[in-house]
Design a protein around this ligand. Structure first.
Ligand SMILES: [Zn+2]
Ligand SMILES: [Zn+2]
Length: 255
């Protein structure tokens, strides 16, 4: 079995305050490791712009694109410029503008505790209950709707680590993911579907993507967590978009 590409990797552009490094690899290093491990493609997916600690800066996007072009030439690995954007409101807003979307090849969205809420109201309504890890019915309903609305509003390719820091109704999200052609991730570190959840999602025909979520060059292509989960729960290869094939992305034209 061959993983075609690892579509969730971070580099030093996910930088902290005073340039503290949240992730340690460079774009070229991530690509070199991908080549060593036999991958054909990777995506660079830094934390979204509104992540207060590790968000990529808009001014770096053009520079990253140039580095990607150089790394592609040096390694022969195809590299997508993606992002791991943040859910920032209960109404399905994420921290991307139309202009941002035009400049990116690939979009992952996840919930992260240190992303700014869209407004003070949304801080109390959406971010705080999730930071406090509240799991009341109304929290799950609100989060589920937020994810579904985001899938309608934006060309999202993958939901990263679904359910992490943000409890959702997997079945409802899965149904909407099929409708909107969105993948649910089998993340390198965090997979939260219960046995019952995954059984339902597989039966429904949800498409998954196995990624590392690497925060160092050595983490690139380390996808055993997702692969083991796939075998354990009999997820058919045909339902994992990046096995043996180039997955289809909404924004990306290969070339
Ligand atoms: Zn994440
Ligand atoms: Zn990540």
């Amino acid at each position: 079995m061959v993983i075609w590409g690892d579509y969730h990797t971070h580099t030093i552009y996910s930088s902290g305050p005073h340039n503290a490094k949240h992730a340690t690899g460079t774009i070229l290093e991530n690509a070199m490791v991908a080549k060593e491990k036999g991958l054909k493609q990777i995506a660079i997916t830094e934390h979204g712009f509104d992540h207060k600690l590790y968000g990529v800066k808009r001014k770096n996007i053009n520079k990253m694109r140039r580095e990607i072009e150089e790394a592609k030439k040096k390694t022969g690995i195809d590299i997508l410029l993606g992002i791991e954007a943040n859910f920032i409101s209960s109404d399905g807003d994420v921290d991307l503008t139309e202009e941002d979307i035009k400049n990116l090849d690939f979009i992952i969205v996840g919930f992260h505790n240190f992303a700014k809420a869209k407004s003070l109201r949304e801080f109390f309504k959406f971010r705080l209950p999730n930071m406090l890890n509240l799991r009341r019915k109304k929290d799950i309903r609100r989060n589920t709707l937020a994810v579904m609305k985001a899938m309608d509003k934006y060309p999202i390719d993958v939901i990263s680590h679904p359910g992490a820091h943000m409890p959702i109704d997997f079945e409802a999200v899965g149904r909407h993911a099929i409708k909107t052609n969105t993948h649910l991730e089998l993340n390198g570190k965090r997979i939260l579907y219960s046995k019952e959840d995954i059984k339902k999602l597989v039966e429904m025909g949800v498409k998954f993507m196995i990624n590392s979520d690497a925060h160092s060059k050595d983490g690139v292509g380390e996808v055993n967590n997702g692969v083991n989960f796939m075998f354990k729960y009999d997820i058919p290869h045909s339902q994992v978009a990046n096995i043996e094939n180039f997955p289809n992305f909404k924004n990306y034209k290969k070339g």
